[in-house]
Design a protein around this ligand. Structure first.
Ligand SMILES: Cc1cc2nc3c(=O)[nH]c(=O)nc-3n(C[C@H](O)[C@H](O)[C@H](O)COP(=O)(O)OP(=O)(O)OC[C@H]3O[C@@H](n4cnc5c(N)ncnc54)[C@H](O)[C@@H]3O)c2cc1C
Length: 379
């Protein structure tokens, strides 16, 4: 009998397992992850941006929460945060959902630093396509540092980690609590009982069988490609995002000392609404992964001509899962649901890395008792 089984060893599942062991004094926590390592899926395959609000001119709440959470993230994971680059946001002249004036006002409203880029940086952009360029304050994170942190904290907190292990189903246990059926990579399924289950499987949130059913909040998936490129020398210490519409981002990717190039039009290869039985991981596994880097570079070079000299090294493919309700405003609130019928079964999706604080705040307000029935006070 475990106090908790956390399903999914990404950043969220790992951080929640650590929280349960350290803050809630759960003595027996099991973390199960289908891959052979922790933090190798969305927590690694992403744009590595520690958001500071700029990205969300259509969702004030997400922008505001990013402003609150970024300093905490920098404080708690300083070794994972890369600050030593200049971040530029640019506004396109055509097809932009935001004008320069609106963007400047929005940054003022959320209290985010912004100033016009000096000519030495603005000159990299083609003025026929770009209206204005700004220097802002945004950082990047290194997922491999977060992985090392997670592995060491899990070990020290006594959390049992089972890799290459998949959660298959959840049902209520007749003697109380929940039973999770686990499947080992080498085959064979076996039941494990727990007082709590935390489903932190991101794209796989609704793929658990048994009595799990689905989350109440609808999900949408995109099969994404981010090109990993070696940028020409003047861009080595730069990040660039063009707002807000069918544009692109060029962000440092500290884990590989390269940049990711992503494009709103070409990064999503496939999109579909979440459906039980259509496993997003399987869908990605079956996909041939043809690269679209040529199309990305061709379009980006219209705005930023030097990008033509970028060298394509690799592409990161991943399923990106977002809440259907935020399709219009691009907001990234957390999904935090307590299952209606399964006692003490939670589904959690963070949406972006710094939302971990919103998740931990929610957990703080939950009454979570270890299976012995008493929660020791944390001192
Ligand atoms: C293309 C892309 C770009 C992004 N850019 C950014 C960005 O710049 N900044 C930002 O903050 N966020 C970004 N995000 C979002 C961010 O990556 C996610 O919010 C975050 O990584 C989610 O962490 P997680 O732990 O929930 O998911 P994951 O890291 O995917 O962890 C879920 C884990 O569950 C495992 N799993 C799934 N099903 C099962 C099962 N049945 N049994 C056992 N294990 C299972 C998976 O193998 C996986 O390891 C981006 C995401 C994508 C895909």
């Amino acid at each position: 009998m475990f106090d908790a089984i956390v399903v999914g060893g990404g950043f969220y599942g790992s951080a929640i397992a650590i929280y349960l062991a350290q803050q809630r004094r759960f003595g027996r926590v099991l973390l199960v992850e289908r891959e052979r390592e922790l933090l190798v899926r969305a927590s690694y395959h992403n744009q590595a941006r520690v958001h500071n609000g700029y990205h969300y001119p259509r969702s004030f709440t997400t922008a505001y929460r990013s402003r609150v959470n970024l300093p905490r993230f920098v404080r708690d994971w300083p070794a994972a945060v890369k600050k030593d680059f200049v971040k530029l946001y640019a506004i396109a002249r055509r097809n932009s959902k935001v004008t320069s004036r609106q963007f400047e006002r929005f940054c003022r409203d959320i209290g985010a630093f912004i100033e016009p880029a000096p000519g030495s940086l603005a000159r990299y952009f083609d003025p026929h396509f770009i209206e204005n360029v700004y220097v802002v304050e945004e950082h990047a994170f290194d997922a491999t540092v977060l992985r090392t942190w997670a592995e060491s904290e899990l070990r020290e907190s006594g959390v049992e980690v089972r890799l290459a292990t998949r959660a298959v189903a959840v049902v209520p246990a007749t003697e109380g609590g929940l039973v999770v059926t686990l499947g080992a990579a080498e085959g064979g399924e076996y039941p494990v009982r727990a007082a709590h289950v935390f489903n932190c499987t991101y794209s796989g949130l609704n793929q658990l069988g048994g009595r799990f059913g689905t989350t109440r909040t609808g999900l949408k998936h995109e099969l994404t490609e981010m090109a990993l490129v070696e940028v020409p020398a003047p861009f080595k210490e730069l990040g660039v995002t063009v707002m807000d519409g069918p544009f692109f981002s060029l962000m440092p990717f500290p884990a590989r000392a390269l940049h990711t190039l992503s494009h709103v039009r070409y990064t999503p290869h496939l999109q579909w609404e979440d459906a039980v039985g259509v496993d997003p991981y399987q869908r990605m596994h079956d996909y041939g992964r043809p690269t679209r880097v040529d199309r990305m570079v061709r379009d980006v070079a219209r705005y930023l001509p030097l990008v033509e000299q970028a060298r394509h090294v690799d592409s990161l493919f991943e399923v990106k899962t977002v809440l259907q309700k935020n399709e219009g405003d691009d907001g990234r609130p957390i999904l935090f649901e307590r299952h209606a019928e399964l006692p003490n079964c939670y589904s959690i999706l963070g949406g972006k890395i710094d939302n971990i604080y919103d998740v931990l705040e929610k957990l703080e307000s939950e009454t979570l008792l270890p299976s012995s029935g008493t929660e020791e006070s944390s001192t």
